[in-house]
Design a protein around this ligand. Structure first.
Ligand SMILES: [Mn+2]
Length: 344
């Protein structure tokens, strides 16, 4: 039983590669979640302690609800960073991209800004369709990927330990929150003894777990709670009772004075339904339909999302679907749910 994480000698090799550079730029995917934010803030602090010059840059300013994960304001939006007129040496500096393995996922503006970098390392736990185990040591020069890691934050914690840096309060809170959110509160099969050994270290160095939990899950607005009620009221279950879904409408967000980010975790409520094995959340994405999926147990929604051109983890995945012009949205969703249920 149990999973094998990447062996420690690969982390040593990664540390060695990172430490060869004096100047390091950190970034993560657009619309960063606590995993991306906790990872860049913590790794940035660790590298600064080691005397490195670190710049953390993301596409847009940090969402206000996540600002507590960056209490010293170390993250800059691309516009703010460019406004500082800091010189960047694209030849010598190292770019580290976390929680995604594609430069394009960092955002439209920033990916073109970052593209001249000669030295790039991606640190990620999303399944990579392109095999990356290419060097003798098992990881290629760009991609340091551990699909089995519960969160990128888990990998970053191991890296920080390998670098010999002790966690401070900010790192402990950031990395704890990264794992808390990415495992849907420790309930995914990706959680292992190793995950909890790192969690124990965060608790030793940081703030209590109930405080960390409440900062992320106990700070909802009443309007968001009402929106959740409205959306769950319209939740539906497929004819076989195996797939449940909700639909997020732009007009609901407007009516309840809420933002899309507020609805991110609504889908998890559906997994509490008896017999339901897959939870789906639909929303309009321009002319297309964005479908997010969650599962528990042994249902691999990453594989299902891949059938529709998307991807993700075994228990959390997403895709964007084109509705045929001669089909209505309601019909399309109905057929899709039935198709999913018949696969189970
Ligand atoms: Mn993640």
């Amino acid at each position: 039983m149990g999973k094998k994480s990447l062996p420690i000698h690969l982390y040593l090799e990664l540390s060695h590669r990172i430490l060869q550079h004096e100047s390091i730029i950190l970034t993560t995917h657009v619309g960063p979640d606590p995993d991306g934010i906790g990872s860049i803030v913590s790794l940035g602090r660790a590298l600064q302690q080691l005397g490195k010059t670190v710049h953390i840059i993301i596409e847009e300013p940090l969402w206000y609800k996540y600002k507590y994960l960056d209490p010293e304001g170390s993250i800059f939006s691309l516009d703010d960073f460019l406004g500082k007129k800091t010189a960047v040496n694209f030849e010598e500096s190292l770019l580290i991209v976390v929680d995604t393995h594609k430069l394009s996922r960092t955002g439209f503006k920033i990916s073109s800004f970052l593209s001249p970098f000669k030295n790039i390392i991606f640190i990620d736990h999303h399944p990579n369709p392109v095999p990356t185990a290419m060097t003798a040591s098992g990881v290629d020069h760009q991609h340091f990927i551990d699909e089995k890691a519960a969160a990128t934050g888990e990998m970053i914690a191991t890296l920080i330990n390998t670098l010999g840096v002790t966690f401070d309060d900010v790192m402990a809170l950031g990395l704890y929150t990264a794992i808390l959110v990415d495992t849907n509160v420790f309930r995914y099969p990706s959680v292992t003894g190793n995950t909890h050994r790192l969690i124990a270290e965060f608790l030793d160095h940081g703030i209590p777990s109930h405080t960390a939990y409440n900062l992320i899950n106990g700070a909802k607005k009443l309007t968001s709670m009402h929106l959740l009620g409205q959306i769950l009221k319209n939740a539906q279950v497929g004819p076989l009772g195996l797939v449940a879904w909700i639909w997020i409408q732009e007009s609901d967000l407007r009516d309840y004075n809420s933002e899309l980010e507020d609805t991110h975790a609504y889908i998890n409520n559906l997994l509490a339904l008896e017999g339901v094995r897959i939870a789906c959340m639909f929303r309009q994405d321009g002319p297309r339909l964005k479908l997010s999926m969650r599962s528990h147990g042994d249902i691999d929604v990453g594989e299902i999302a891949a059938q529709f051109g998307g991807g993700g983890h075994s228990h959390s995945a997403a895709t964007v679907i084109e509705i045929p012009p001669n089909d209505s949205r309601e019909n399309f969703i109905h057929d899709l749910i039935l198709k999913l249920e018949r696969q189970l």
